[in-house]
Design a protein. Structure first.
Length: 107
């Protein structure tokens, strides 16, 4: 029979599990940063289509491109307040459901 990796009160095992957990959290956070950069690059690719299809001036295109980044900043502030009030898990679940619904709605 195998022994558990960490037993209660075993400082070494608890530290090891804590390091693994912190590494996992840091990896997920880094992945989120990469995805944000990817989304920014995707928006950059749409600039030409916005100019052609909507005959938009540079100011209108700049406003539409920057609105995504401004929305992300406002969403981060709002999500932080919601997480403080309702907890991180509930907030992440709610925002994940909103993301899935908006992705399904966009085709």
């Amino acid at each position: 029979m195998r022994e558990p990796v960490a037993q209660q009160g075993d400082g070494l095992g608890e530290k090891h599990l804590s390091t693994v957990r912190v590494s996992l959290i840091a990896s997920v956070a880094a992945l989120g940063g990469f995805l944000f950069g990817f989304d920014t690059a995707v928006i950059n690719g749409a600039i030409g289509a916005l100019e052609r299809n909507f005959t938009a001036h540079a100011a209108a295109v700049g406003l539409s491109v920057s609105s995504a980044l401004l929305g992300a900043a406002a969403g981060a502030v709002l999500a932080g307040r919601l997480a403080d009030r309702h907890g991180r898990t509930r907030t992440m679940l709610a925002t994940s459901l909103l993301f899935v619904a908006s992705a399904a709605g966009s085709g």
